[in-house]
Design a protein around this ligand. Structure first.
Ligand code: SF4
Length: 346
């Protein structure tokens, strides 16, 4: 299939996902709305970071894109084709073109399989290699993810590798399928801090050198800024996207009160700066229960600036400079300052 640069690899349009929880001994059946009217797209060669707390819908959105969760409502397109009208050939290409890098590399790899089996079998099944060139192809992907010399790794089992090396194997497994898009769901949250930058640099290099689009999912704004410095950000809260735009611009001048609260909660190693920062940007620390979603703006139960309209009417995303912001009051809110003004005068 020929992919035009102007057509997004994936496009979600007004997607809703409801999860149903059946009746228990003491509980009634319930429905949880995990994604609410989500519009999202990612173009060829683009990096998009998706940030939000646990329960914000980041992984559900990624699973919809990967075809692992079927939306309750809304439409989904792959390379300009509606997902429910893909031919058999297009459906196969869709499955191969979108690859996932999981968070837990130990759980994602079969402990009974060596690396040549873990990496090679999918290549054989998808006919991307044959028995004659398989070993060479596996060595190639190991070299691409900087596991060199590849002969040192090819016959190892997962338990014989470090966390960082296993994470590189997951990236190699995704690369072996020649993907258009890699979904990286918290790929560095379970490895040593000292190894994180190397893995993030590897993802950025695959994006720059090979034009592979990356959807990087995280709750960590520092890594979001690092990975997405040339890309876009989508901030999610309770199943909705509340702010999107260029990563550097959005993080420098956040408009949505939720993103402002997230930024104000990032730890700073300098105690003097830390003392001077504005912390009171949220009224309630805990997320509302998913079984009782707030009406109107879903953030209104925690928002410092909430007005009556926020409790009844859901805000629609609107353009602010290069960003889209879903907040009724975005134009009248005070400009976000990470530090109290006296700090700047010292
Ligand atoms: Fe806060 Fe209202 Fe904006 Fe929601 S719409 S973020 S409650 S000001």
């Amino acid at each position: 299939m020929i992919q035009s640069k102007d057509i997004p690899i994936v496009k979600l349009d007004n997607i809703n996902v409801d999860f149903y929880k059946g009746k228990g001994l003491l509980s009634k059946p319930r429905t949880f709305n995990a994604l609410h009217k989500v519009d999202f797209s990612i173009n060829q060669g683009e990096i998009v970071v998706v940030v939000g707390e646990s329960g914000s819908g980041k992984t559900t959105m990624s699973n919809v894109i990967a075809g692992l969760v079927k939306p309750t409502d809304g439409t989904y397109e792959f390379n300009g084709h509606k997902s429910n009208s893909l031919t058999k050939e297009q459906a196969l290409e869709y499955r191969n073109s979108i690859q996932i890098i999981q968070q837990d590399s130990y759980a994602a790899l079969n402990p009974m399989r060596t690396m040549i089996k873990s990496l090679g079998d999918p290549m054989l099944i998808k006919k991307l290699a044959d028995k004659i060139n398989l070993s060479e192809k596996v060595r190639e992907v190991l070299t691409t993810v900087e596991l060199t010399p590849p002969d040192h790794y090819i016959n190892k089992y997962p338990h014989q590798l470090s966390g960082g090396q296993r994470q590189r194997i997951l990236i190699a497994r995704a690369l072996a399928m020649n993907p258009q898009l890699i979904l990286a769901d918290e790929p560095v949250s379970m490895i040593d801090v000292s190894l994180r930058v190397a893995i993030l640099n590897l993802l950025a290099r695959l994006n720059e050198d090979r034009g592979i689009a990356i959807l990087y999912i995280t709750h960590d704004l520092a890594t979001a800024r690092y990975v997405g410095k040339n890309g876009r950000i989508a901030v999610m809260y309770l199943g909705s996207i509340v702010e999107t735009g260029n990563v550097i611009e959005v993080l420098a001048d956040p408009k949505h009160p939720y993103l402002q609260a997230l930024l104000s909660a990032v730890p700073i190693p300098d105690p003097r700066l830390s003392r001077s920062r504005n912390r009171q940007l949220i009224t309630e620390e805990d997320l509302p229960s998913v079984s009782g979603m707030p009406t109107g703006c879903r953030y209104h139960t925690r928002c410092l600036y909430c007005k009556e309209i926020c409790k009844t009417k859901q805000p629609i995303a609107r353009q602010f400079g290069s960003s889209m912001v879903a907040c009724h009051l975005a134009e009248e809110l005070p400009k976000f300052e990470l530090y109290e003004s006296k700090a700047g005068n010292e």
